[in-house]
Write a protein that binds this ligand. Structure first.
Ligand code: GDP
Length: 361
């Protein structure tokens, strides 16, 4: 393969840029921007659900969902422009039904799309799951078991994991970035302090923490510290080493989301994966074939669109109607909508979409 590349390059060829083939299809009018973005999502999909969502987007699902919204905002824009041109007739042109239909056909569906994204975004974007706990609790063993490989070093000696290790894994139907961290507790030297600082940072930016406890011994002060550290974020308390005789751990009595498992035998691992999926998605149903969900980028644009449409509606409802100002809000809403569905997207938006591609494609 390398030799073929060399020969081709010698003959004057050059390697394709990231996303170049899809960009050419877009520029040639064979794909719209939302479909081009869906190709990137499909290439990067880490789970069946992610691939399914990308296929729905590729089939034009997003543009279809946004079409009635675009029609409603465009219609309102036309009425407002007419009111600017014929100020005397403005009250008749802009009746109360214009504001009502903006609510019904634009504001409500935009809110629904954004709420759905907030509720089920993990199916599309995945989640970051961090394993934390005191040294020797069994973190690296769980990390390896969830990955199905011996990625992290496991020893009976404490303090083997210094840098946080991160790997991709499909857990409970959600594509996750799984992170194994250094043990938290007494830091006896500078290296320990740095390793624990990086562990705390990883915990702070994760969507979910798995607090690893050794279920075969009584809890130590360090374990309680870690439980406290994760108390304000979504977390699952994992009592590991269930293949050994269980120790009494009365401190866990009042806590929810406690799971017993053994990384050695695999007992309880399936239940943990299910619980991870449940926590990351809030138990929301996974998207079905044909269902569409907006991407992070589209979501930000639609949020901007929603705010502009709400502003336009307030302007339409105002007693001292000023069509010029409403028309600015409508223009802003249409621009944001164009960013979301790729119609009339600016060069910056187009570049941002193609930057996410791997080489070629
Ligand atoms: P970490 O320091 O928290 O990453 O802990 P490790 O994963 O390195 O494990 C510490 C020790 O506990 C090692 O000797 C492991 O073999 C042992 N260990 C981890 N998980 C289990 C388990 O489920 N059952 C048993 N019996 N031993 C385990």
């Amino acid at each position: 393969m390398g030799r073929i590349m060399e020969l081709a390059l010698d003959q004057g060829c050059r390697p394709a840029l990231a996303g170049e083939f899809t960009q050419r299809a877009y520029l040639g009018g064979r794909l719209d921007l939302a479909a081009a973005e869906a190709v990137a999502q499909l290439v990067a999909a880490n789970s069946q659900v992610e691939a399914r969502l990308a296929l729905s987007a590729l089939a034009g699902g997003i543009a279809q969902r946004l079409r009635p919204i675009r029609e409603s905002v465009t219609l309102a824009g036309a009425a407002v422009e007419a009111a600017v041109d014929f100020p005397d007739e403005a009250p008749e042109i802009i009746g109360p039904q214009l504001s009502q239909s903006l609510t019904q056909d634009a504001i409500t569906p935009l809110k629904e799309l954004l709420a759905d994204r907030a509720r089920r975004g993990a199916f599309m974007d995945g989640g970051t799951v961090v394993i934390c706990g005191r040294p020797n609790a069994g973190k690296s063993s769980l990390f390896n078991r969830l990955l199905g490989s011996q990625r992290a070093i496991v020893t009976a000696q404490a303090g083997t994991t210094r840098d946080s290790l991160a790997e991709g894994a499909l857990l409970g139907g959600v594509a996750c970035r799984l992170i194994d961290t250094a043990g938290l507790g007494q830091a006896s030297n500078e290296l320990d302090r740095l390793a624990q600082g990086s562990a705390r940072q990883a915990i702070g930016s994760a969507h979910l923490a798995l607090v690893m406890l050794d279920g075969s011994v009584a809890l130590q002060a360090e374990d309680l510290e870690v439980i406290k550290l994760c108390a304000d974020m979504p977390c699952i308390i994992v009592q590991g080493k269930s293949d050994l005789e269980a120790a009494s751990q009365p401190e866990l009595g009042g806590l929810s989301s406690v799971l017993r498992l053994s990384s050695l035998s695999g007992q309880g691992i399936d239940q943990l994966c299910q619980a991870i999926g449940q926590k990351l998605t809030g138990g929301a149903p996974e998207p079905q074939p044909g269902e569409v969900m907006v991407s992070l980028r589209q979501g930000l644009a639609l949020q901007r669109c929603l705010e502009a449409v709400i502003q336009a509606k307030l302007g339409l409802d105002a007693s001292d109607l000023q069509p010029e100002l409403v028309s600015l809000d409508i223009a802003e809403a249409l621009e944001a909508l164009g960013e979301a569905d790729g119609q009339d997207a600016s060069d910056g938006v187009i570049d941002a979409v193609f930057e996410n591609f791997c080489v070629g494609k």
